[in-house]
Design a protein around this ligand. Structure first.
Ligand code: MTE
Ligand code: MO
Length: 332
């Protein structure tokens, strides 16, 4: 069944006829295949899926940072990749303002060189690691992850980095280390809103050790084949694709290993709204709105239907067992 005619003249079949998790072609040759009705067959083949998973072009202005295709299960979604211009102009980075357009306008003041990340706490090899040390520590991979913001929108972004587990193994946590705290930059000289009272600065996030060690948790240096734009958390951030976006701290300066659950910025600001876990969960509403559906950035046209939000943002097969036996309504 053909469901809609795009204004570029191409026609594509209902996504339900392709894969459950909807594939919207990103490449012209595939669009042509679709127009001829061969889409279903093409999608079913690995070649077709691979073509769809190609990363979209970046800015063309930032330094290239390419990653090899990742072998981590779940590291690639076949959904259409969000346009670079959307992913880099619709942001949450409160240090640069609370409006979605603010970070892209203001984050040019962020000074990303030199950059060091301090590793401290319950770890055998603490110390200051330069960005260069971190970049060299493991091979860069490209991971195409969905990122679902707690506010009800989502994107699909080709991130570049490697599993945080690689770094954790290198610095050798002590047996007592149960959690990791991520402290992000809070520099009032370059970040105009660090003085604001919305949050307690610095922006702090945290993960349980097994979450931090999960191969999907990405220590991220780039996106769309280039280094991260400042507004997306340059020069290094975390991306945890099964949790609400605010768990993915930007511009990290300190990683602390601890025996206690870290006090995180959003949990401190509103504990009844933002839990420590914050796993994407369509069955647990935010106190002020439903989490059952989401809006995909870039699909805001006349025909755009809201998408159903998936348990663990679609990564349940990979991460569900981390929470076996836990009451996810209580531990939201
Ligand atoms: N330091 C810092 N990190 C942050 C935030 C922030 O305000 N400050 N916002 C978070 C939120 S709410 C989201 S949804 C994601 C957005 O990442 P993106 O702009 O790269 O899509 O970053 C997260 N990391
Ligand atoms: Mo968010």
């Amino acid at each position: 069944m053909l469901i809609k005619t795009r204004n570029d003249g191409f026609i594509h079949p209902a996504s339900s006829e392709i894969t459950p998790q909807a594939v919207y072609a990103g490449r012209r040759d595939l669009m042509k295949l679709m127009a001829t009705g061969a889409a279903g067959a093409a999608m079913a083949t690995w070649a077709g899926r691979e073509a769809l998973a190609q990363s979209a072009p970046g800015s063309g202005k930032l330094a290239p940072l390419k990653g090899a295709k990742s072998a981590v299960a779940g590291a690639v979604t076949m959904e259409k990749i969000t346009e670079y211009k959307d992913a880099s102009t619709y942001n949450n980075y409160y240090e640069f303002g609370t409006d979605k357009a603010d970070p892209a306008k203001n984050a040019h003041t962020l000074k990303t060189t030199p950059w060091t990340v301090e590793i401290e706490g319950l770890v055998k090899k603490p110390g200051k690691y330069t960005l260069e040390d971190l970049l060299k520590l493991s091979a860069q991979e490209e991971r195409i992850y969905r990122l679902r913001c707690v506010e009800g929108w989502s994107m699909v972004i080709p991130w570049v980095g490697y599993s945080l587990a690689e770094l954790i193994k290198k610095v050798e946590p002590q047996p007592g280390a149960k959690f990791i705290e991520f402290v992000t930059l809070a520099d009032p000289k370059t970040m105009p809103f660090v003085g604001s009272r919305v949050l307690d600065w610095p922006y702090v996030e945290g993960l349980r050790m097994d979450e931090a060690m999960h191969p999907l948790t990405l220590l991220t240096f780039g996106m769309y084949g280039e280094v991260l734009p400042n507004q997306n958390g340059a020069p290094v951030r975390i991306v945890v694709p099964w949790k609400y976006g605010f768990k993915s701290g930007k511009s990290i300066v300190k990683i602390r290993f601890t025996d206690k659950e870290p006090a995180t910025a959003w949990n401190k600001a509103a504990a009844n709204e933002y839990g420590f876990y914050s796993n994407v969960n369509p069955n647990v509403d935010h106190p002020r709105w439903s989490q059952a559906t989401e809006r995909r950035i870039g699909e805001d046209g006349l025909f755009a239907k809201k998408r159903k939000t998936l348990m663990f943002n679609g990564y349940e097969a990979q991460v569900g067992q981390l929470y076996a036996g836990m009451d996810l309504k209580k531990n939201f």
